[in-house]
Design a protein. Sequence first.
Length: 166
Amino acid sequence: MKHTTFLSMLVFVLVAVLAFPSPAMAGAQRTTFTGTASFGESINPGEWTFLPDGSGHARGIVEVYHDVNTDPRVSGNETVVYNFNFRPAPLSPIGLAGRIEGTSHIVNDGGSWDGTWTAEMTDQGEYFARGVAQGSGGYEGMIGHWDVYSSNPTGPFTLSGWILEP
């Protein structure tokens, strides 16, 4: 009973906090963007572990992508580091599907973005991801949100999102 009451209070507080925007973000300007990300190179293939049933995980994969967006602030070279928990998926072009999570770092002449993201690669090979990043340098104080999609797990990837400027 005590645990249920605590959990109810926690949910109430979280809903209250999320329902009312902070004064800092209430006046923020939101700029949307669209674009593409194309594979550049593999820096580190990571460590892969396969189980007898074909599932497993990969850790520490490092790749570089080239992002071209309608807003140049989120265009540039993007280095991603990620981990992949996978299962066999015979219909996928790479034969695997599962959850992916990682970090990203985008650099261009105006500044940089550092963020985290999560993704799902479906049994049919579709790729869906969502991420958020904090700006630095010329983008200090800005927050970027990304949605990523590809019908093929190797790309190219369609990007859409928005930048919040304080």
